[in-house]
Design a protein around this ligand. Structure first.
Ligand code: DGJ
Length: 547
C-alpha cells in the first residue's frame, strides 16, 4: 500500500517509534576566575561553593552506592568526591572501561549533586597501588623508585618515560570521555593522583634520576624559589643545600603530574587540582619526616612552576590544633592558589573549620570518609560513621546551602569573614572596619557574657559578611555575636537598628521575622538551629555610625 509522505509524517508525529531523547542543554565548562588575589569557581557560569563529602577509598563502585547515598544525603552535600581507579579504568593496555565512571556520573545526576573525580593513578598516598595489574606485573617497564641504598621503594619513579606515557594516555582518555558524556557539567573538577610523593625515601636514586640531579637546576625552579636564575648556574646541592633532595623530588613529581594534567586538559579543560599530605605548618620536622615530593607548603612555588596545568594545590587537613589549621588556610590560600580543602578529618571537632575556611575564601570543603560502608579511619576521624557523627558537618551545609551562591560571590568580592572557636579563648574579634564583631563562646542566650568560658568542646563558629551601608549578614553555630563600633568612632553605643531573620530565595533575602527584645538585647545568639540574620547597625548619637 502506498501512503503519501505527509501521511507518514503525521503518523510519525502521533506515534513516534523512536522518540528523540531530549538533548541535554550544554552548560558552560566550570572554571576558576581570579580578581584582586581572590578566586571563585564558576559552575553554570556563577560562583559556587563546593559543600563536599569524600567517600572512602574503595567505595566508588556502582555496587557500593547504596551505602554511599544515605550518608551524602545526611550531610547535605552539594558535591561528592569519588575516586576513579586506574586499575579498573584500563584493565588491558589501551582498552578503557568507562562503565564505572558512566554509572557514577549518572547516579550523581539523579541525586542532583555535582561530582569531583579523584584520579587514583601513579601516586595514591605516595604508592603505585592503583596501577593497572599489567603495569604492576611489569616493574622493569614501569619501575619503582630506588632509595639511597639502591633498593626499590614503594613509590613509582617519576623518571620513567613508560609510566608517564601510559598515564598521559589513560588520563587523556578519561577527560575526552567526560567531555563527551557530560554537557551538563555534573563533573566540576578532577583531582590528579592522590597525595602524590613518596614515603620512606626523599628522592629517586635511579640512574635516570641521578643523572637529572647532577644537572643544573632548571631556571624556572630557581626563579620560583627566589634564587638568581643563571648566575652562577647552580646544581641542586649548590642551590638548595640540605633541601636539595626534597626540592628535586618535588620538581620531578610535579613535572610528571604537570604533563599528565596537560594531556587531560588538552582534551577537556576542567579545573584540575592536586592534594597534599601536609607537613606540620608550624614546626615542620626535617625532610623525610613527612611525605616528600608532594605539594607541601615549602615547595608550592616549585609545583606552580613545574606543573602549570594544575590549577590548585590543595591541603588535606588531619591536624586538629586550631593554630595549625589557621596556618594551613593561610599557606594554601594565595593569590596564585585558590583555597580548596578536598579532605578534612571527619571527627566532629573538625566541622567548625568550615567557617574559617570560608573566611579564607575557600571555594570548597569536604570531610573524608563519608559513607556507610563500615570503614572508620579513627584515630584520624570519628570512631563510628553514622548520622550522629555526620551531624556537625551537616549543620554547616544546612545553614549555608540555601545561600551558597550569595556567599561564594561575597567571598569573591572580599566581603566575607569567619572564625572557629579556639580552645581556651572564649572571645574572638572579627574586624569589619567601622564595625567589629565580637564572637563569644560558652554563654547562654540570656544575660551578660562576662562569665563566658568557651563551649565544653570547641564547636563554635561564626560568619559575618558586609552587605554595605552598615548592614551585615550574620550567622553562626554555638556562639553569641555582638556587633560593636570600632575604628575612630570606637566607644560609641551601638544600636541594632534592625535585625531580620530570613533566607535567600532566588537571590533575594526573604524576611521571616524581626529579632528584638531578649533576642538582641544580650547579643545575637546562635545555637544548633540554622538561622541567618541580616543586621543593620547604627549608634545612639546618630544613624548608621558614620557621624
Ligand atoms: C588521606 C588520603 O588522601 C585518603 O585517600 C585516605 O587514605 C586518608 N588519608 C586516610 O584514611
Amino acid at each position: 500500500m502506498f501512503h503519501s509522505k505527509a501521511f507518514i509524517l503525521s503518523l510519525a508525529m502521533l506515534f513516534p517509534v523512536f522518540p528523540a531523547a531530549a538533548k541535554p542543554v550544554e552548560a558552560p565548562i566550570p572554571k576558576l576566575v581570579s580578581q584582586d588575589g581572590r578566586h571563585a569557581l564558576l559552575v553554570d557560569g556563577a560562583p559556587f561553593l563546593v559543600l563536599g563529602a569524600q567517600v572512602n577509598n574503595s567505595s566508588a563502585w556502582p555496587t557500593m552506592m547504596y551505602k554511599v547515598w544515605p550518608a551524602i544525603q545526611a550531610i547535605h552535600a552539594n558535591t561528592v568526591e569519588m575516586p576513579i581507579y586506574w586499575e579498573q579504568f584500563e584493565p588491558k593496555p589501551g582498552a578503557f572501561d568507562y562503565s564505572v565512571v558512566d554509572d557514577l556520573v549518572g547516579q550523581c545526576r539523579k541525586k542532583n549533586v555535582r561530582l569531583i573525580l579523584l584520579w587514583f593513578a601513579t601516586w595514591k598516598n605516595g604508592s603505585p597501588h592503583y596501577l593497572p595489574l599489567w603495569m604492576k606485573q611489569d616493574p622493569a617497564t614501569y619501575p619503582r623508585m630506588l632509595g639511597q641504598n639502591g633498593r626499590p621503594v614503594d613509590s613509582a619513579s617519576p623518571f620513567s618515560p613508560n609510566t608517564l606515557a601510559a598515564e598521559r594516555r589513560a588520563f587523556a582518555a578519561l577527560m575526552r570521555h567526560l567531555k563527551k558524556i557530560d554537557p551538563q557539567r555534573t563533573v566540576i573538577m578532577v583531582q590528579v593522583e592522590n597525595e602524590p610523593g613518596t614515603w620512606g625515601a626523599i628522592r629517586d636514586h635511579s640512574p635516570a634520576a641521578q643523572k637529572a640531579f647532577d644537572e643544573l637546576v632548571p631556571p624556572e625552579v630557581l626563579i620560583a624559589m627566589g634564587k638568581p636564575p643563571r648566575n652562577p648556574a647552580a646544581g641542586w646541592k649548590q642551590a638548595f643545600g640540605k633541601e636539595a633532595d626534597e626540592f628535586f623530588h618535588a620538581w620531578a613529581v610535579a613535572r610528571f603530574i604537570g604533563e599528565v594534567a596537560a594531556a587531560g586538559k588538552a582534551e577537556y579543560p576542567l579545573p584540575l587540582f592536586v592534594n597534599a599530605a601536609l607537613r606540620d605548618p608550624l614546626a615542620p620536622g626535617p625532610p623525610g619526616s613527612y611525605e616528600s615530593g608532594g605539594p607541601t607548603d615549602n615547595v608550592l612555588p616549585i609545583w606552580k612552576a613545574a606543573a602549570p596545568a594544575i590549577d590548585i594545590l590543595a591541603p588535606d587537613i588531619y591536624m586538629n590544633e586550631h593554630p595549625k589549621v589557621m596556618k594551613i588556610l593561610e599557606l594554601y590560600g594565595r593569590a596564585d592558589n585558590p583555597l580548596l580543602i578536598p579532605e578534612i578529618a571527619n571527627a566532629p571537632e573538625y566541622a567548625r573549620y568550615f567557617f574559617p575556611a570560608l573566611g579564607h575564601q575557600a571555594i570548597g570543603f569536604a570531610p573524608f570518609g563519608i559513607d556507610y560502608t563500615g570503614f572508620e579511619n579513627a584515630p584520624l576521624g570519628a570512631p563510628k560513621i553514622n548520622e550522629e557523627a555526620i551531624r556537625p558537618f551537616a549543620l554547616n551545609y544546612e545553614l549555608v546551602a540555601p545561600m551558597m551562591r550569595e556567599l561564594a560571590q561575597l567571598s569573591f568580592d572580599g566581603k566575607l569573614k569567619a572564625v572557629a572557636e579556639k580552645p581556651g579563648e572564649a572571645r574572638q574579634i572579627i574586624d569589619l572596619g567601622v564595625w567589629k564583631a565580637e564572637v563569644i563562646y560558652g554563654v547562654g542566650q540570656f544575660g551578660f557574657a562576662d562569665k563566658a568560658a568557651g563551649n565544653p568542646a570547641p564547636i563554635g563558629r561564626a560568619l559575618v559578611a558586609d552587605l554595605g551601608n552598615h548592614t551585615f549578614l550574620v550567622t553562626g553555630l554555638h556562639c553569641r555575636v555582638e556587633l560593636q563600633v570600632s575604628g575612630q568612632a570606637a566607644g560609641k553605643q551601638r544600636e541594632y537598628l534592625r535585625v531580620e531573620e530570613g533566607a535567600f530565595e532566588n537571590g533575594k533575602f526573604k524576611v521571616v521575622r524581626f529579632w528584638n527584645g531578649d533576642q538582641t538585647d544580650w547579643g545575637l545568639n546562635f545555637t544548633s538551629a540554622p538561622q541567618v540574620l541580616r543586621v543593620t547597625m547604627g549608634t545612639l548619637t546618630g544613624p548608621k555610625g558614620e557621624q
